[in-house]
Design a protein around this ligand. Structure first.
Ligand code: C2E
Ligand code: CA
Ligand code: CA
Length: 572
């Protein structure tokens, strides 16, 4: 007989149960005590009231309580309930999980318990504890239903306690949705919320059993996992990355995004929650700075790099305040594939920091974009490039200049007026200007982007889709965006001449054909060898070629020396 309301005579649970009755009036928490040898449990009356347990005293927890626990939380529950081998190994039980109430809803609870040990046998005989309802509003994230940052902090502290007892280390992983700000701005808050809900589910679904996901501020999630090494961490991140690699549907709109991750291992990188959390956030920031869709594992070296990026932000600000001091534009030739002659140049931004070191655009452009400093710098870039175009017009009248645009600039309403004014001041025909926008930065807001593009195109300025093929749905972009030129990314060229790579050759060829069929010109980037050039020209029918074969980006002076003073375009 499993059901029993009377606690056997002489059982220690008798007195405990009496105590529960007394304390009940002072609290809403639930109490329980388990006689381990008998597998007999007594619980406070409110627990019988709220949950499907037979009475205040029953045998066999696995029969009554365990089935009420949310299946996703079960493995972690079992893990945390493991009976300690000895008093020394007793770290107590502390676990947050969802349990079904009598209404059939899952509620979050935090269960804390302690084992009492028999001093003679060094075996636990009693398990006693308290279950607290985690008020939805205060503790769980209302949107995703996940536990929040305070619970995360608690979970990390529990993990650190375990480390102190038995030496088991672990990792904190902080995940952030890439370009979430753009998702919110492009659609609306409601859509952004749906993205967060979906992301919470996508991440939770691929986590190892028993690992809990927490919702942090904004678009961030976090988890803490014990007994892992870097390989296991990479595995976990790899499966998250994989599940984000395909598009999903939200409100009938196709949505895709990537997730970056910052990981910190303990005890290697610290033994204190605040330190670990700060380091994980720094690692996440670095993963984003390094191009997003990455996991960055914290190291001293990485941390120093992060600190440098903060001072870079200040240095950039100073440069801008001093009229874009330290910035310059380099130019890389663009060559007509058929005629092997220069038809244009792409302006590429360079920056020398106050200490005189050249910094890679990959490093500083993201900072300019994040801080919106790209807007004043973008004006400077445009004006400088147009001025250059004017100078070179004398030498090569139909040469065009391609200028890179960040998404932030497209959104800036004053940019178009500035463009019109600039072209007028320097007497440059709009046809000589190409604006390049990277495919991967555009989310899916075709109509808004197209409106902006159309405005420029109506003026006569051409639009190029940059880095084509690196985003998620390149063909959809081709179908939806109105542009004049597609720039096929270097990634497609790198292996194109390899014997067994017929696929890449066909892919480039078919893309070029497709573009031509709708009157779009194709420029291929990153061409480094004559062999690649010949193949792209003859087999793939590319219109324009850009790459180290014809020249690296050069200062205006060197560009003139090299290309306008009678030297050949081809790198022989
Ligand atoms: P991007 O627009 O795709 O520019 C082409 C990049 O590929 C340049 O790197 C160029 O130096 C490099 N490249 C060109 N040919 C070859 C080649 O044959 N082989 C290899 N390995 N690389 C080649 P860079 O100058 O470092 O610029 C990196 C990125 O920074 C640019 O990629 C662009 O996204 C961004 N950027 C540069 N200037 C500006 C700017 O003025 N405004 C904005 N918003 N972004 C810029
Ligand atoms: Ca470009
Ligand atoms: Ca490009």
């Amino acid at each position: 007989m499993n059901k029993r309301t009377n606690i056997p005579q002489g059982s220690i649970l008798r007195r405990i149960s009496l105590f529960f009755k007394m304390i009940q009036r002072t609290t809403d928490d639930y109490y329980f005590a388990t006689d381990i040898d008998e597998n007999l449990i007594t619980v406070s009356a409110n627990m019988v009231n709220d949950f499907e347990v037979p009475s205040e005293c029953f045998y066999d927890m696995d029969r009554y309580w365990t089935p009420l626990i949310h299946p996703d939380d079960l493995d972690g529950f079992y893990e945390s309930m493991k009976i300690p081998e000895s008093r020394k190994a007793n770290i107590g039980h502390d676990y947050e999980y969802r349990v079904k109430n009598r209404k059939g809803d899952y509620v979050w609870v935090r269960c804390r318990g302690q084992y009492a040990f028999d001093t003679r046998t060094d075996k636990p005989f009693l398990f006693l504890g308290c279950i607290k309802k985690l008020a939805q509003r205060n503790h769980a994230d209302e949107l995703t239903g996940l536990l929040n940052k305070y619970q995360f902090e608690h979970a990390v502290k529990v993990a650190l306690n375990r480390y102190r007892v038995d030496g088991t280390g672990g990792a904190l992983m902080v995940l952030g949705i890439d370009n979430f700000k753009i998702v919110n701005e492009t659609y609306n808050r409601h859509y952004g919320d749906e993205v967060l809900k979906l992301a919470a589910k996508m991440i939770s679904d691929v986590l190892p059993a028993g690992v809990m996901l927490y919702k942090m501020d904004g678009d961030e999630f976090a988890l803490v996992i014990q007994d892992v090494d870097t390989e296991k961490v990479e595995d976990i991140y790899g499966s998250i990355q994989k599940s984000f690699a395909r598009p999903h549907n939200i409100d009938g709109k196709q949505f895709f995004c990537t997730v970056s991750c910052g990981t910190v291992l303990f005890p290697q990188a610290g033994k204190d929650y605040l330190v670990l959390h700060k380091h994980a956030e720094a690692a996440l920031d670095l993963a984003k700075k390094d191009g997003k869709n990455k996991n960055c594992i914290f190291s001293k070296e990485n941390y120093n790099r992060w600190i440098r990026s903060l001072s870079m932000r200040d240095d950039l600000r100073v440069s801008i305040e001093r009229g874009c001091e330290g910035f310059s534009l380099f130019y890389q030739p663009q060559v007509s594939a058929k005629e092997n002659r220069i038809i244009g140049a792409e302006a590429l931004l360079r920056w020398r920091n106050p200490k005189g070191r050249m910094v890679s655009p990959m490093e500083f452009i993201r900072i300019l974009e994040e801080t919106k400093m790209i807007i004043p710098v973008g004006h400077w870039i445009f004006e400088t490039a147009v001025k250059q175009c004017k100078e070179w017009q004398e030498i090569n009248p139909d040469m065009s200049i391609s200028i890179n645009l960040s998404y932030e600039q497209i959104k800036d309403a004053s940019f178009k007026d500035f463009v019109v004014d600039c072209l007028k001041r320097y007497e440059i025909a709009p046809e000589q200007i190409v604006l390049e926008l990277t495919e991967s930065t555009i989310v899916s807001d075709w109509s808004n982007i197209n409106r902006q593009f159309d405005d420029f195109r109506k003026l006569g300025i051409r639009i190029a889709m940059d880095d084509f093929g690196t985003g998620y749905s390149s063909l959809a972009y081709l179908k939806n965006l109105s542009c004049d030129i597609v720039k096929i990314d270097r990634a497609f060229v790198t292996h194109i001449t390899e014997k067994d790579n017929a696929f890449d050759r066909r892919l480039v060829g078919v893309t070029v054909d497709l573009c031509h069929s709708v009157n779009i010109k194709c420029c291929i980037e990153g061409v480094e060898t004559e062999e690649e050039y010949a193949l792209l020209r003859d087999i793939c029918h590319a219109d324009c070629i850009q790459g180290y074969l014809f020249g690296r980006p050069e200062s205006p002076e060197n560009f003139e020396l090299k290309y306008f003073k009678g030297e050949s375009t081809s790198a022989e």
